[in-house]
Design a protein around this ligand. Structure first.
Ligand code: SF4
Length: 688
């Protein structure tokens, strides 16, 4: 052991902090990280990285790590052995399943765990507990984007690679802030813009860094992107700029779509969105003149009541102008967490089996039934939102949750906390004792990515391997090991000894992964799932779309007006990511360097509003919504305008977490909370 301590080791890993999927060599000595080095072989980032990827890993050795199972005894948690914890879980879940029915249990998976672990989570739900009640955190971010793409082109994923974006003549970024959310991808776009004359349009409420650089910045009223996108499409049609040949060959429902767009005149759009007609004409012209358009979008689009409709409108516009099936064109939903794409691809979704096969697809479902030896319902189970509703109505009694801080991340936190405390039995599996763990009956200590092997899938559908850097800390275990134990304590006989075996089983049941395996993925290699019969396909669509006749479909969904608030809630509250932190901050709050750079959260206030309310930098203010209140410091900046405020979603303490303010209304098709449609009051508490 002493020898080992002194040896320096280099191990390849995949970054866990965002969907870009940078890879690194981690230099270690014992449990000490000497450096994290991006190298030329890294297919996504080469020698680039951002501050999180390079310096965000201290949490692995944090003293706050969970290192042993915990069982609730009254108001206390006591340490337990794995056998005690697993016995209790199997007894409780077994009893609930038997007495209350198989759908009385829900499974919440995670986009922070590997593909193999997600695959096992859905297998645990479907094979062992015989329920489709399984979901992951894409419910809180990207489900609407996936839905909009599934309904138009048949696959929910980026149309091409991140490198391909550089080949576009025009990039349009809607409701996303890649500089902070997807830094290395942002660098690629910035370079193409600066060096290769690529044009850039940004649509956002907030004038972030990318907006500052853009050729055209448009500012729609909160939640109205659908309207301007449809008006631009109609204007393109009016000018005869649509790509008739592409549409004739590749898209259904054209005439209906043309008719559907009739009401979206420039005047109508200007009134609803507040964007000047001239700017909308400019957008249409820039698309018309560009050699290839990529549209990138994020949670500014998806976390709205019409998030899925707006995502479909984006895809419609790309279809209308022939911007699919070529490099430097297409749809790029920006996946937030590092494995959002993978978690969905692995079937931790109530309506989807691994490999993006719908639960109602008889042929696919029967393949799984045969492999698992059970009957699987052809009806989707409950998503995260519906699970909590079912707890309220008494239909759902237990949740087994992995790597998701629901109590902090789901909207309307106060309500979520009440609901979680009503569960009969709640298992939380994580690296740290999260806010959600406080509501648990059993807490299981999991290992983070550096302590296990597996694969992650980044935003461009690229599957990459990560190699084990450290042994699991003390008695913590890889999630795949824990899930397997839960299954076996329930009487199953799973005996995976390495994630490669899990991946192989998954690939044998999912045609889009047919040619993928651990050898293909060895080292720095990667694999893209796509339309090319199980072979790696960097360009998602090459000779048609994912429908039986290979034709895409213009979606005919309509605009849904934003959530209504009482007049007293007079300020629009927007929220989003910060460069220095990962999501709610559970991991990056443990990193001293990152914490030093950004110790406190703030609310951005426009200069106009600051003047009107006599607020200066550093004033302590209270924000109040119908659902809760938080206190934080004001930061006066012209990044925001008028009556719009901005609060980072990352928060240092639960007391000022933005989700105490957000409401429970969700996207009309996917139930993704409309986090971005919140209105508040602001009161000054203290002047500096
Ligand atoms: Fe990690 Fe994303 Fe930063 Fe790359 S851009 S280093 S994947 S956080």
């Amino acid at each position: 052991a002493a020898m080992r301590e002194t040896r320096t080791k280099k191990t390849k890993t995949v970054c866990t902090f965002c969907g870009v999927g940078c890879t690194f060599e981690v230099w270690t000595k014992g449990r000490k990280i000497l450096k994290v080095e991006p190298v030329e072989q890294s297919p996504v980032n080469s020698i680039s990285s951002c501050v999180k990827g390079k310096f965000g890993w201290d949490f692995v050795n944090s003293e706050e790590r969970l290192t042993t199972p915990l069982i609730r005894k009254g108001d206390q948690f006591v340490q337990a052995t794995w056998d005690e914890a697993l016995t209790l879980i199997s007894e409780k879940l077994g009893t609930i399943s038997k007495t209350e029915g198989t759908d009385a249990i829900g499974f919440v998976s995670s986009s922070k765990i590997t593909n193999e672990e997600n695959y096992l989570m859905q297998k645990l739900a479907r094979q062992i507990f015989k329920t489709n009640n399984v979901d992951n955190c894409s419910r809180y971010c990207q489900s609407p984007a996936t839905d909009g793409l599934l309904s138009t082109v048949g696959f929910g994923g980026d149309s091409g690679t991140i490198q391909d974006i550089a080949k576009a003549g025009l990039v349009i970024i809607i409701g996303a802030n890649p500089t902070e959310g997807h830094p290395v991808l942002a660098t690629r776009v910035k370079r193409a813009h600066k060096l290769h004359g690529q044009k850039l349009i940004v649509s956002d409420l907030r004038k972030h860094e990318m907006a500052e650089r853009s050729d055209l910045f448009i500012h729609p009223n909160q939640g109205t992107d659908f309207v301007w996108l449809s008006a631009v499409a109609k204007y393109i049609l009016d000018q005869g700029w649509q790509n008739e040949e592409f549409i004739r060959q590749h898209v259904n429902q054209y005439e209906e779509y043309v008719k559907h767009l009739e009401k979206f005149t420039l005047e109508f759009a200007e009134e609803l969105t507040g964007i000047k007609k001239q700017q909308l004409i400019e957008v249409a012209k820039m698309i018309h003149e560009a050699d290839g358009t990529c549209i990138l979008w994020g949670m500014g689009v998806t976390q709205n009541i019409a998030g899925s409709h707006t995502s479909a409108a984006i895809s419609n516009l790309l279809l209308l102008t022939g911007n699919y099936m070529r490099e430097g064109a297409g749809a790029y939903p920006l996946r937030g967490h590092n494995n959002v794409q993978g978690a969905c691809d692995m079937g931790t979704l109530p309506g989807w089996l691994p490999g993006n096969q719908h639960i109602a697809n008889d042929e696919a479902r029967e393949r799984f039934e045969k492999a698992y030896g059970v009957k699987i319902s052809n009806k989707p189970g409950k998503d995260n939102t519906q699970m909590l509703e079912a707890v309220e109505s008494g239909d759902l009694k237990a949740i087994y949750l992995v790597g998701e801080d629901m109590a902090w991340i789901d909207s309307n936190s106060n309500h979520v906390h009440e609901t979680l405390s009503k569960l009969d039995f709640f298992v939380v599996q994580d690296v740290f004792f999260t806010k959600t763990a406080q509501f648990a009956d059993v807490v299981l200590p999991a290992s983070p990515s550096l302590e296990k092997e597996g694969t992650f899938t980044n935003t461009e559908r690229r599957v990459q391997r990560l190699y084990q850097v450290f042994e699991p800390l003390e008695d913590s275990k890889p999630d795949w090991w824990i899930i397997q134990q839960v299954a076996n304590y329930m009487g199953a006989n799973w005996n995976y000894s390495h994630p490669s075996e899990i991946f192989a089983e998954m690939a044998s049941l999912a045609p889009i992964f047919m040619e993928a395996n651990y050898e293909v993925l060895e080292g720095w290699n990667s694999f893209f799932w796509g339309s090319n019969q199980g072979a790696s396909t960097p360009l998602l669509f090459t000779d048609g779309f994912n429908f039986p006749d290979k034709k895409a479909v213009f979606s005919l969904v309509d605009f849904v007006p934003p959530v209504q608030y009482g007049e007293e809630f007079d300020l629009v509250l927007n929220n989003g990511r910060l460069l220095e932190h990962f999501h709610e901050g559970n991991l990056t709050n443990k990193s001293r360097g990152l914490q030093y750079k950004l110790p406190e959260v703030f609310v951005e206030v426009s200069p106009e509003l600051a003047k009107e309310r006599e607020i200066a930098d550093g004033f302590l203010v209270r924000l109040l919504s119908p659902y809760g209140a938080i206190k934080l410091r004001a930061l006066v900046t012209d990044r925001v305008q008028g009556n719009e405020l901005y609060v980072p979603m990352h928060s240092v303490s639960h007391e000022n977490a933005v989700n105490l303010l957000t409401g429970s209304t969700g996207d009309v098709r996917t139930n993704t909370p409309a986090y971005k449609q919140t209105k508040v009051q602001m009161q000054v508490i203290k002047k500096r």
